[in-house]
Ligand binder design. Structure first.
Ligand code: E4P
Length: 218
């Protein structure tokens, strides 16, 4: 499973890139607003830090303007994945970009039939939002399972399932079990993946016992 970080904070991206665990980055207009940074220079900087796909989202909702924004974003760097909403206009833009070999991340996917449309439009990624479905009492993880089953029925669908709106490590675990190709995860949740109380307890005991030997490896 690939890990993308879902953030607009360049310091978080730099820190995670240094761990060797980071396969890409997703942003959205809310995360850009939270960062307080200028969108285009920020995306340029992220693309200089990360070699994997960097999702940059269009801001318009009408086809013509969205296409112009998408064309501009796609030229920022080779590893840009233009992010478009799962709407009729968004999927038209997706088709146009995919035909030119440009990666597209179709976002705001909340149903399996929407995911079929994204695959038919040639999306590199479809982003089903797990947490937001859970928030309204639906089963976000079932959506991942449904999309996996459908995509596996049609080998001509090349779209990767990018589990999004992930809120905690259990979401990452379940998305992996369901066969999502990628999880996009907040930095704090990626850090939480390392943690287990028995790891901390076991390490403390090993450190103490090693001291008793009086030895040094170096
Ligand atoms: C996906 O690309 C989105 O940026 C993100 O995962 C949304 O997550 P949220 O529901 O926590 O805002």
């Amino acid at each position: 499973m690939k890990f993308f970080v879902d953030t607009g904070e360049i310091n978080e991206i730099r820190e995670l890139a240094a761990t060797g665990m980071l396969d890409g980055v997703t942003t959205n207009p809310s995360l850009i607003a939270k960062s307080g940074k200028q969108f285009i220079p920020l995306i340029e900087e992220i693309c200089s830090v990360v070699t994997g796909p960097v999702s940059a989202e269009v801001a318009s909702t009408d086809y013509e303007t969205m296409q112009k924004e998408a064309d501009k974003l796609s030229k920022i760097a080779k590893n840009i994945a233009v992010k478009v909403p799962l709407t009729e206009a968004g999927l038209k833009v997706c088709r146009n970009l995919a035909d030119k070999g440009i990666m597209v991340n179709v976002t705001l996917c909340f149903s399996a039939v929407q995911a079929i449309l994204a695959a038919k439009a040639g999306a590199a990624f479809v982003s089903p939002f797990i947490g937001r479905l859970d928030d309204i009492g639906q089963d976000g993880m079932q959506l991942i399972a449904d999309i996996r089953q459908i995509y596996d029925n049609y080998p001509n669908f090349k779209t990767e399932i990018l589990a999004a709106s992930i809120r905690h490590p259990q979401h990452v675990l379940m998305a992996a079990k369901m066969g999502a190709d990628v999880s996009t995860i907040p930095a704090s949740t990626i850090k939480a993946l390392y943690k287990h109380p028995l790891t901390d307890k076991g390490l403390a005991a090993f450190v103490e016992d090693w001291k008793k030997t009086g030895q040094s490896i170096l």
